[in-house]
Design a protein around this ligand. Structure first.
Ligand code: GNR
Ligand code: NI
Length: 173
């Protein structure tokens, strides 16, 4: 297993549309294991394959609910969203590819999700709460979208300016 480098904006790879996973082989299982190790190391609650430079429709999530440190790893291969609720939910989102920046994003509070697991078996569930928010954030990555794309021009410019300022400070340190 390995901690992989996480790519950050404005890396153009983060704008690519990821391709469906076709083979449920040992290479896929190794990538999933490396993605978990990378996400836990960061630490983050979700990671899309493109964030480690692999343009495949694959996400890992672990909400580590209640902050009790109990791991609950979830893998979503070829996720498909439908039936978003009219009800919206606002969450202060962050992204490992936009480090240390946060902003409130409004998304459907619940969605229907179909996906495959690491062995290719199919699943179909309705999800809500933080899991629904996180899944939509990750699914955006598969389409080349990041959370700042959902903000007003003014808020987006503010976040991107703060990111540049932070990067300069980090460089000077
Ligand atoms: O670690 C992460 N935290 C987070 C918080 C609120 C909404 C979404 C997320 S996902 C993010 C990790 C990440 O960048 N995934 O793509
Ligand atoms: Ni992200």
């Amino acid at each position: 297993m390995a901690v992989l480098p996480i790519i950050e904006i404005p890396d153009p790879r983060l704008r690519k549309v990821s391709e469906p996973v076709g083979a449920f082989d040992t290479e896929l299982k190794r990538l999933i294991a490396d993605m978990f190790e990378t996400m836990y190391d960061a630490p983050g609650i979700g990671l899309a394959a493109i964030q480690v430079g692999v343009p495949k429709r694959l996400l890992v999530i672990d909400l580590q609910e209640e902050g009790e440190g109990v791991r609950n790893p979830r893998v979503y291969v070829n996720p498909l969203f439908s039936e978003p609720s009219d009800e919206m939910s606002v969450y202060n989102e962050g992204c490992l590819s936009i480090p240390e920046q946060y902003a409130e994003v409004s998304r459907p509070a619940s969605i229907r999700l179909r996906w495959q697991d690491a062995d290719g078996a199919e699943h179909d569930e309705r999800v809500d709460g933080l899991l629904a928010t996180c899944l939509q954030h990750e699914n955006d990555h598969l389409e080349g979208i990041v959370f700042t794309d959902h903000l007003s021009r003014m808020k987006r410019d503010m976040v991107l300016k703060k990111l540049e300022k932070q990067r300069k400070l980090n460089k000077a340190a």
